[in-house]
Design a protein around this ligand. Structure first.
Ligand code: ADP
Ligand code: TRP
Length: 322
């Protein structure tokens, strides 16, 4: 069973990313063959500057390695290091129609917000299908927002196979439909675009500022608090097992503890939980040649899989040289 997923290098990771996407990806590492890459070519569709792209690409690699990606178990590489993916994108773009791509939510949403789309944003799902099909992934863990992209990848693989002969593995999506949206400091879904995040690798000062700004009601210190409606509790409980959750609940319901103290406990929890990861990230950022070595090994492994598949696809299509 080959599991593959991509992460866009789009800035700082937050608790929402960690507790949904990243932990789930890492959980596969010991169970199956995991392939994980940083989707820097996809990031071009929202390009701001080359400095930004460079910084975000390395930053994403550091984040994932610090959080536990083990290069001895997982093939870990940067998307652009295997250019076969862009060649395959061209071949696959013949197996999907313009009217299908026009239905893509990701495209429609950006256009609705006034973004003037390049052709790259329009064909974004084809590049994503290429990522998946080039490496013959069986299963692709993604967030709910990527569901339609996975359907496109399946459609493309099926159409290609029926037109040109069985060549591509039709991937299965792996989506938790009922993962709750993790709330941000204002109670809305935590998201970079809402600026309501608690970042994993922010400074203590930044994390403290974010946590202290979590909205709460105006109950006095002496009054019992309702954990079920408290954003502080919802975020804090992500770190806890059932027993620890019950203990924390009692602190809320028994009264005598103010929101300031409850936030302070959450801050301690966040800092303690991510301390080893921060340390690891710091070490890695001081040894970029080691990080580049890991990525180079990932590139070699991914390339060898990609080259075989691209040969099969060229043959199926009659691409010169024969
Ligand atoms: P953002 O909304 O901050 O831009 P992304 O779209 O980059 O986050 O999300 C990357 C992954 O993290 C996706 O798989 C998405 O489903 C997951 N994710 C992001 N925010 C949350 C959240 N608040 N709750 C649950 N999952 C989230
Ligand atoms: N589009 C995905 C996202 O924004 C990232 C991605 C690119 C991806 N290629 C992929 C995810 C292939 C899974 C498989 O989250």
């Amino acid at each position: 069973m080959k599991i593959l997923t991509g992460v866009q290098p789009s800035g700082k990771l937050h608790l929402g990313n960690y507790f949904s996407a990243i932990r789930k990806i890492l959980h596969y590492q010991n169970k199956a063959e995991l392939m994980l890459f940083i989707a820097n070519l996809h990031a071009l569709t929202t390009f701001s500057s080359k400095e930004n792209l460079k910084e975000n690409t390395i930053s994403a690699a550091l984040d994932l390695l610090a959080l536990g990606v083990d290069p001895d178990k997982t093939i870990f590489w940067i998307q652009s290091d295997v250019p076969e993916v862009t060649e395959l994108t061209w071949y696959l773009s013949q197996s999907i129609t313009v009217s299908q791509l026009q239905l893509a939510h990701s495209f429609k949403d950006k256009v609705a917000k006034g973004f003037v789309p390049g052709a790259g944003l329009f064909t974004y799902p084809v590049l994503m299908a290429s990522d998946i099909l080039l490496y013959s992934a069986d299963k692709v863990p993604v967030g709910k927002d990527q569901k339609q992209h996975l359907e496109f990848a399946r459609d493309i693989a099926e159409r290609f196979n029926s037109n040109f002969g069985e060549t591509l593995t039709v991937p299965e999506p792996d989506i938790d439909e009922n993962t709750a949206a993790i709330p941000g400091v204002d109670g809305a879904k935590m998201s970079k675009s809402y600026k309501n995040t608690i970042d994993l690798f922010g400074t203590e000062k930044e994390i403290k500022k974010a946590i202290m700004s979590i909205v709460s009601d105006s109950k006095e210190i002496s009054e019992p608090k309702d954990p079920d409606t408290s954003i502080i509790f919802q975020i804090h409980s992500l770190f806890l097992n059932e027993e620890e959750k019950q203990i924390l609940k009692t602190r809320y319901t028994s009264g005598g503890v103010g929101y300031g103290d409850l936030k302070k406990s959450l801050l301690d929890q966040v800092m303690t939980h991510f301390e080893p990861f921060r340390k690891k990230r710091e070490e890695l950022s001081n040894d970029l040649s080691y990080v580049n070595e890991i990525l180079a090994k990932g590139k070699t492994k991914a390339s060898s899989i990609a080259r075989k598949k691209i040969e099969e696809v060229r043959k199926a299509l009659g691409i010169y040289p024969f």
